[in-house]
Design a protein around this ligand. Structure first.
Ligand code: PLP
Length: 227
């Protein structure tokens, strides 16, 4: 099947409240154009340099670009002028820098707090206590150019569907607790970004509002070609 059919197929299985981010990392400009021509407008990249290059090459103002991978403080400045949503905020230091660069660009930047929900050691992200520490800090309360829209997490890389389900449930629980405690009067705090090609159906059952899909749309990735 082609890219357009793959997108249509996923969209036919999700309701209107769930957003589909096409994860275009390692994919060519032609492949992204094919998805764009099929009506896709949300694209996700995991590396700052690749995101910036594709943003400049494509020149499509109506694409919403999401950064979904780990973000280093010293690279925020490259994406601050245009990024639509940063999924991977995992420290106060990073939030302070995003706020500073957003201010320079006269923008408010949308962010998700990334949580570590997988049983694996390798994935980035906050735990609940670290998040409350950030949200209760005076430094955070002064940030005017940050819009916290919700949270993000990645399940374990596993065939164990029960494990994945439990991890997504734990992310939903974190969302509900934070919403009650810190964002009760803030309707912007509404997104749970969870679910990838292998587990998005489980994620949706558990309350995902943003799924991030790469290989099911574009086919498998060839990392060599891009390095
Ligand atoms: C690569 C990536 C995805 C998409 O992965 P697929 O398995 O190809 O759908 C989703 N989220 C993040 C953070 C990624 O890095």
């Amino acid at each position: 099947m082609g890219i357009a059919e793959n997108i249509q197929n996923i969209k036919s299985k999700i309701t209107a409240n769930v957003k589909l981010v096409a994860v275009s990392k390692t994919q060519s400009i032609d492949a992204i154009n094919e998805a764009y021509n099929a009506g896709q407008r949300l694209f996700g990249e995991n590396k700052v340099q690749e995101l910036t290059e594709k943003y400049e090459l494509l020149q499509k103002p109506d694409i919403n670009w999401h950064l979904i991978g780990h973000l280093q403080t010293n690279k925020v400045k490259y994406i601050a002028p245009f990024v639509d949503l940063i999924h991977s905020v995992d420290s106060l230091k990073l939030l302070l820098e995003i706020n500073k660069q957003a201010q320079k660009n006269s923008r408010v930047i949308n962010c998700l707090l990334q949580f570590h929900i997988a049983s694996e050691e390798t994935k980035f992200g906050l735990n609940y206590d670290e998040a409350t520490f950030i949200l209760e800090s005076n430094e955070f309360k002064l940030l005017k150019n940050i819009n916290i829209c919700g949270i993000m997490g990645m399940a374990s890389y596993s065939n164990d569907k029960n494990l994945i389900k439990e991890e997504f449930k734990s992310l939903k629980d974190i969302y509900i607790k934070l919403k009650d405690k810190y964002f009760a009067n803030n309707s912007n705090f509404s997104e749970i970004s969870m679910g990838m090609s292998s587990d998005w159906d489980i994620a949706i059952t558990e309350g995902s509002t943003i799924i991030r899909i790469g290989s099911t749309i574009f086919g498998s990735r060839n990392y060599n070609k891009n390095t």
